[in-house]
Design a binder for this molecule. Structure first.
Ligand SMILES: C[S@@+](CC[C@H](N)C(=O)[O-])C[C@H]1O[C@@H](n2cnc3c(N)ncnc32)[C@H](O)[C@@H]1O
Length: 279
């Protein structure tokens, strides 16, 4: 990422979430703040949704990974988990619309300082109040000790925690991924939902070509995809970090569960996966 600049991919993902509210009516992830936080109108959002023939895949995957994470957090909450850490939060709005409202809940948003500062500006401009249960923790996963930063922000290291890490792992080096997994596994009863991408060879014809173009665009904005994994490698890494219950949901499973909710969804082998792992 460019130092001192907010993440451009966070903006793209936020637009996908907002676009999901228009043609798809938020049927996978209903998010009344998705458009508001962008300060774009429905017409602009629709234009974005139609810009690319395969934008439907982005809407489906972005909405589905958040839905899977939020459903899993609801179950953890039922069991008493009151801490959620949103790693690489970007313009994620869960903290604004979380339905649990229980006293004692704390939501920590961890992100690059520049992306957080930009988010706070957007919230202020959109006149969206920061809820009292939300704590912002600026962290660079490549340089900082995430545990130290979270503890300094009031995170309880001896209480269970639920982590989401959506759209972030592909941008991190193996060292930063390993360090963050080490930390999560040190928290009792921790759970994590994250997504990853397989090497491009796993992608079907047209999608592989589009992915090559996307990689070039990402290089230009200094947000390179640096980590890709085979499913067996991810399972082995998680097991090595002591995560025992690992559910790996591939794109086919996501498309068959949620695809009907996305208008004109394109098909193909995207090599994208969402993982829910428990320690
Ligand atoms: C594609 S965006 C996803 C945002 C959000 N999770 C969502 O789904 O809307 C990637 C996010 O990861 C963050 N990120 C990337 N590399 C990072 C790093 N080394 N340290 C901290 N945050 C990082 C970016 O600032 C950005 O918010």
């Amino acid at each position: 990422m460019k130092p001192n600049e907010p993440s451009r991919t966070a903006l793209v993902v936020a637009r996908q979430r907002a676009a999901h509210q228009v043609p798809d009516r938020g049927s996978i992830l209903y998010d009344p703040f998705a458009t508001k936080i962008l300060r774009e109108d429905k017409k602009e959002v629709l234009q974005f949704a139609k810009q690319h023939p395969l934008a439907s895949i982005g809407r489906l995957f972005t909405a589905a990974r958040s839905r899977i994470a939020e459903d899993a957090f609801s179950s953890a909450f039922e069991k008493g988990n009151r801490q959620i850490v949103i790693l690489g939060a970007g313009l994620d709005t869960f903290a604004l619309r979380h339905p649990h409202g229980a006293p004692g809940i704390r939501i920590y948003e961890v992100d690059h300082a520049a992306t957080q500062a930009w988010k706070l500006e957007r919230l202020a401009e959109a006149q969206i109040a920061v809820p009292p249960w939300l704590v912002f923790v600026p962290v660079d996963f490549e340089r900082d000790d995430v545990g130290e930063k979270l503890a300094a922000a009031g995170f309880q290291q001896n209480s269970p925690a639920f982590f989401t890490w959506l759209g972030v792992v592909p941008y991190l080096t193996p060292e930063a991924i390993g360090g963050t997994l080490d930390y999560m596994s040190s928290i009792p009863n921790s759970e994590v939902v994250f997504d990853y991408a397989e090497p491009p060879e796993a992608l079907s014809g047209e999608l592989r070509q589009i992915e090559t173009e996307r990689m070039k665009q990402l290089e230009k904005i200094d947000e390179r995809l640096v980590s890709r994994f085979e499913p067996a490698a991810i399972a082995a890494i998680l097991r090595a970090h002591g995560f025992c219950a690992v559910e790996d949901i591939d794109f086919q499973a996501i498309a068959s569960r949620f695809g009907g909710a996305v208008q004109g969804v394109a098909t193909g082998q995207t090599g994208l996966h969402v993982v829910h792992a428990k320690h």
